[in-house]
Design a protein around this ligand. Structure first.
Ligand code: CP
Ligand code: NVA
Length: 334
């Protein structure tokens, strides 16, 4: 039986800081157990009659559907709300909507612009709140990334991840903090103009020091990825930053993840995986990539046997389910 840690009942995930190092590792082990349970064909009752509100200000394929399937798998329900068809944050303050929704729902998953919104939801709703992406952070994504590394390598400690691309976006921020907590060496490979905030790098370095790993920021792609076990990239233009497109393309074209960059890790042939949070521009088949040529990864790498992007996408569901179960389920285990 997988024993549930009831110390996590009622807990929110607003950013990676919300979990201690040990709780982060526990969450991934819980997700692995829940994945095995689903693969064994068990759709249980761990979240029986629970209602989760999914508030989305930005588009989503993985997060929205993972968040809905995760609760339905275990006997609960999800209600999808957008900024357009509710009063949320427009005709009603976030604090007031939070107090209403907290009386109706057992938990709230939010995706949107401001980190402050997810924090107000957590402070005022009285129920667990999970951050499904803000401009600043994407913590539920990191759980799936760590789970995918755990499946690929067994132990993640001492492995090295090189994130290549927009070094100050939500995904990069959460990877940097998460890797430091998990004992994974992290290299942020990005042009100077897109360096992460010094405060965040300082915080991640202090965490890394206690876990025997390192956090580096590098501008040179080939030097930066040397020794990497995980090559990770994300889109060059995040949601809400569309006006920065021309500038980003000019800065990031030299940072495309391609075969030569994989070769430069020195770990091709077993000790390297490729990850991407998705959605990805990896060919010229989408209207946007045809128009802009914004291809952060080549087809060759995206489709390579060492690319784990679809396992990673599936793991979004198992890890979000782990968050729900740890925060809401009072059973001793399963
Ligand atoms: N990775 C991720 O968050 O995907 P969606 O934007 O599709 O939710
Ligand atoms: N950095 C990307 C991640 C999408 C999952 C964005 O914010 O658009």
């Amino acid at each position: 039986m997988f024993e549930l840690d009831h110390a996590l009942l009622g807990r929110s995930l607003l950013n990676i800081r919300s979990l201690s190092d040990a709780e982060l590792a526990y969450m991934v082990e819980l997700a692995i157990a829940l994945k095995a349970r689903r693969k064994a064909g068990i759709r249980g009752d761990l979240l029986r009659r629970m209602n989760i509100a999914l508030i989305f200000e930005k588009s989503s394929t993985r997060t929205r559907n993972s968040a809905a399937v995760a609760v339905r798998d275990e006997g609960g329900n999800a209600e999808f709300l957008t900024g357009h068809d509710t009063h949320f944050g427009v005709k009603e303050s976030v604090a007031d909507s939070a107090r209403v929704l907290g009386r109706l729902f057992d938990g709230i998953l939010f995706r949107g612009f401001k980190q402050g919104t997810v924090e107000t939801l957590a402070a005022r709703s009285g129920v667990p709140v999970w951050n499904g992406l803000t401009d600043e952070s994407h913590p539920t994504q990191f759980l799936a990334d760590m789970m995918t590394m755990r499946e690929a390598f067994g132990d993640v400690r001492g492995k090295t991840m090189a994130y290549v691309g927009d070094g100050r976006n939500n995904v990069a921020n959460s990877l940097m903090m998460g890797c430091a907590k998990a004992g994974i060496n992290f290299v942020n490979v990005t042009p100077r103009e897109l360096f992460p905030s010094e405060a965040l790098v300082g915080e991640a370095r202090a965490i890394a020091a206690r876990n025997g790993c390192s956090v580096r920021v590098e501008t040179d792609p080939k030097a930066g990825v040397k020794g990497a076990n995980v090559l990770y990239t994300d889109v060059w233009v995040s949601m809400g930053e569309e006006d920065k497109k021309a500038e980003r393309l000019a800065l990031l074209r030299p940072y495309q993840v391609n075969a030569a960059l994989c070769e430069a890790t020195g770990n091709l042939g077993g000790a390297l995986i490729f990850l991407h949070c998705l959605p990805a521009f990896h060919d010229a088949n989408t209207e946007v990539s045809r128009e802009t040529g914004a291809l952060e990864v080549t087809d060759e790498v995206f489709e390579a046997p060492f690319s784990r992007v679809f396992d990673e996408a599936e793991n979004r569901m198992h890890t979000i389910k782990a968050l729900y179960v740890s925060a809401l389920c009072r059973e001793p285990g399963f």
